[in-house]
Design a protein. Structure first.
Length: 282
């Protein structure tokens, strides 16, 4: 993208230059970190799996007691217009719904809806072919079913993750695994059964797609996953909108399986990329 490429954002019922999109300091997202968001990607200017992301966005808003100021059809129209104005072939679109301007810094006001579209970065070929290392941390997100803007723990642990030569941190509670700050977790057992945590997680859209794809070829289970299960797994991977499927080759310094990306993981990645391609051609 050219450095002179002008980008636009949506805020306060209008589309305006990105550099002009500001919130007042009284917004509850600033005062108390209260709000929700969602994020989808586009390919060739077309949103992928948009209906699923919008359904989760409205569900998260409901869980947090926030009302999306636009009905879904108007939101889709605004998204389409913003994509056309920005002219980015491949991008990530973030929709943020804040707690609104608060008179006392605690009580919510009418929510502010923000939409920002920016160029998309996917995992490098090296990351896919060599896999990544992760560490673990004991923590469960509050109201995990909602995609809130509260990423305090994940952000605080960034330096610890880097210091250990890892790429991300996997949450668990008393040895029961849940999720990464921004991704879901899967593992592959010796018999090629694929399992993923079902409790205390945000149910990712990529997670949903991977479950459907995997179910056509393998036995798939949504169940309790433990750190001991990881120690006995043949493969492990994470899923998210921006990461697609990313192999995990070590957890807390211990290799997963043979310490290399596995055949099941890499085949599922090919299947997912093909599914995304079919979305664009619809």
């Amino acid at each position: 993208m050219s450095l002179n490429h002008k980008l636009y954002a949506y805020l306060h019922e209008e589309i305006l230059p990105l550099e002009s999109a500001y919130l007042h300091v009284s917004d509850l997202s600033i005062q108390r970190g209260y709000g929700i968001f969602d994020f989808f990607k586009t390919h060739n200017g077309q949103p992928l799996f948009l209906e699923d992301y919008l359904n989760r966005f409205y569900a998260s808003a409901s869980l947090m007691g926030l009302e999306v100021p636009l009905p879904e059809d108007e939101l889709v129209s605004t998204i389409t217009r913003l994509i056309q104005m920005n002219g980015l072939a491949d991008s990530g679109m973030k929709m943020i719904l804040t707690g609104g301007y608060s008179e006392n810094g605690y009580n919510p006001g009418p929510p502010n809806l923000i939409m920002i579209e920016q160029p998309l970065t996917l995992p490098s070929e090296v990351q896919v072919t060599t896999g990544i290392k992760v560490i673990t941390h004991e923590y469960v997100r509050e109201l995990a079913a909602a995609k809130t803007i509260n990423y305090t723990v994940g952000v605080r642990l960034i330096q610890q993750v880097k210091a250990k030569g890892a790429e991300d941190v996997l949450y668990h509670q008393n040895g029961v695994v849940s999720e990464f700050p921004r991704s879901n977790f899967f593992l592959v057992k010796e018999d090629n059964t694929i399992i993923t945590p079902v409790h205390e997680i945000l149910k990712g859209i990529t997670r949903k797609n991977v479950l459907e794809l995997a179910g056509k070829k393998y036995r798939v289970e949504e169940e309790t996953v433990t750190l001991e299960d990881i120690a006995q797994a043949k493969e492990a991977f994470m899923t998210s909108t921006t990461k697609r499927i990313l192999p995990i080759v070590a957890v807390d310094g211990n290799p997963v399986g043979n310490g290399k990306p596995g055949a099941v993981t890499l085949q599922l990645l090919k299947d997912l990329v093909a599914l995304e391609g079919r979305q664009v051609s619809l």
